[in-house]
Design a protein around this ligand. Structure first.
Ligand SMILES: Cc1cc2nc3c(=O)[nH]c(=O)nc-3n(C[C@H](O)[C@H](O)[C@H](O)COP(=O)(O)OP(=O)(O)OC[C@H]3O[C@@H](n4cnc5c(N)ncnc54)[C@H](O)[C@@H]3O)c2cc1C
Length: 406
């Protein structure tokens, strides 16, 4: 009998951790393991805001897949773009070929949601992957360099608008606030000429966070020059300005850099596959399988799990994607070798948001609040712990963050 084909789509947090676990737990004569990813590297999406601001080079964030998984003997790695999934035919269409599976794990991550706001798709910058983060960093450098090159000075080159005061918007604002002095020195620009403006629709940034932590975050960022405009809806993004509405008045800010961070959704390939979805995500069963398909697991940001207590979905996080990989890998193996299926139960360990590399806020274990250096150290511990889990001590030594204040 032929070995079953296990296909894992996406080498993000969920996909990579599932692959490394199956690589260890299944013998080469038990199953054929295939990992498909658009790039030949894995990246830590939780560090992308640092790459985008230019405070961390993207080579620190990306990790060649062959350094983590055994692509010689155990894993058939295919560098290709997933175009569509055909569950009825047990087939995945890639840009350059198609593959068939017996068991499929979908871990294709997130896309930014633009809510149909005119001009966001065309003109706004995104922090979605290595390429979009690198583009934004280069664009910032270009605008600072270009400022002195023009007869008529354009403030739009030095105004940076961040659309959205959620987790990503605030983390990016913190990194940018730390990068601006360096950019000003590099390009002979007075720091007072540069504006970082955060526009948020809700009445406060970081909605859902403890008010004391929000207050701390806003003070820390304001002290470094970030301006907040809350209760303001972004109405339009143009090539050299944005328009927002607040108190029924529309205001235009000249800017050539709008960074859109205000919403994420599942990779749209999932919805297009015809599987039953809830706002674009697959509401998985307790064993992490799709409702109508016993051979399809969905993990990370492509999946949704409802918190029965609050009635709300758990937020899409790397923390949850990593935890889910334990259950997915275990259950795939059980389907092949026989054995009990496990159920996924999230174990929320808390949230830490960085405010630049030397400041942070967090709520950890039993709602303990953390501020400043303690939260910064915690953030780096979380990052390092993931690297250790993924690639052991050698990956941790190569990519880890060891200086708590830098
Ligand atoms: C700036 C930022 C900061 C964040 N901070 C935190 C944090 O502090 N803590 C936390 O828990 N979460 C954080 N998150 C959220 C977290 O990054 C996501 O929840 C997590 O990445 C989801 O993991 P995943 O495995 O579902 O997908 P991802 O990690 O997004 O991986 C998806 C993979 O699929 C690949 N892929 C996508 N489309 C295709 C295709 N068509 N074909 C082939 N390959 C494809 C991608 O290249 C990628 O490798 C942050 C997110 C951002 C953007």
């Amino acid at each position: 009998m032929n070995n079953p084909n296990i296909v894992i789509l996406g080498a993000g947090y969920g996909g990579m951790m599932t692959t490394t676990k199956l690589q260890k737990s299944l013998g080469a004569n038990e199953a054929n393991l295939t990992l498909v990813n658009i790039n030949d590297y894995h990246y830590q999406a939780t560090w992308l805001h640092e790459n985008a601001a230019g405070t961390l080079h993207h080579d620190r964030t990306r990790i060649p897949i062959k350094e983590i998984v055994n692509t010689t003997n155990k894993i058939n790695f295919i560098k290709d773009k997933v175009i569509s999934i055909k569950p009825a035919e047990k087939k995945v269409k890639l840009e350059n070929s198609e593959i068939f599976y017996d068991y499929l794990v979908i871990g294709l991550g997130f896309e930014l949601a633009t809510f149909g706001i005119p001009g966001i798709e065309e003109h706004a910058f995104k922090i979605e992957n290595i390429n979009s983060a690198r583009l934004l960093r280069e664009h910032l450098d270009y605008n600072f360099a270009k400022y002195h090159d023009e007869q008529k000075k354009r403030e739009a080159r030095l105004n940076i608008v961040i659309g959205g005061g959620g987790f990503t918007g605030i983390e990016f604002a913190g990194e940018l606030a730390n990068r601006i002095p360096e950019l000003c020195e590099e390009y002979d620009i007075e720091k007072a000429q540069v504006r970082i403006i955060n526009v948020e629709g809700a009445d406060t940034v970081l909605p859902g966070f403890d008010p004391q932590l929000v207050n701390y975050a806003m003070n820390s960022l304001e002290a470094r020059g970030v301006e907040f405009i809350t209760g303001a809806m972004l109405k339009e993004c143009k090539a050299a300005s944005i328009v927002y509405e607040k108190d029924e008045k529309q205001v235009e800010i000249p800017t050539m850099t709008t960074v859109w961070t205000a919403g994420v959704k599942a990779n749209s390939i999932v919805e297009k596959s015809g599987m039953e979805t809830n706002r674009g995500k697959v509401e998985v069963r307790k064993d992490m399988r799709a409702p109508d398909y016993d051979d399809i697991f969905v993990i990370g940001d492509c999946a949704v799990i409802m918190d029965q207590e609050s009635g709300n979905p758990y937020p899409p996080t790397a923390q949850i994607a990593i935890q889910q990989s334990n259950v997915v890998a275990h259950n795939v193996k059980s389907l092949i070798n026989g054995g009990e299926m496990e159920e996924f139960e999230p174990n929320l360990l808390g949230t830490v948001a960085s405010l630049g590399n030397n400041d942070a806020i967090g709520m950890v274990m039993n709602n303990r609040k953390l501020f400043g250096w303690k939260a910064t150290v915690m953030k780096k511990v979380i990052d390092n712990r993931y690297l250790f889990k993924l690639g052991g001590i050698s990956l941790l030594m190569r990519k880890g963050k060891f200086n708590p204040f830098y």
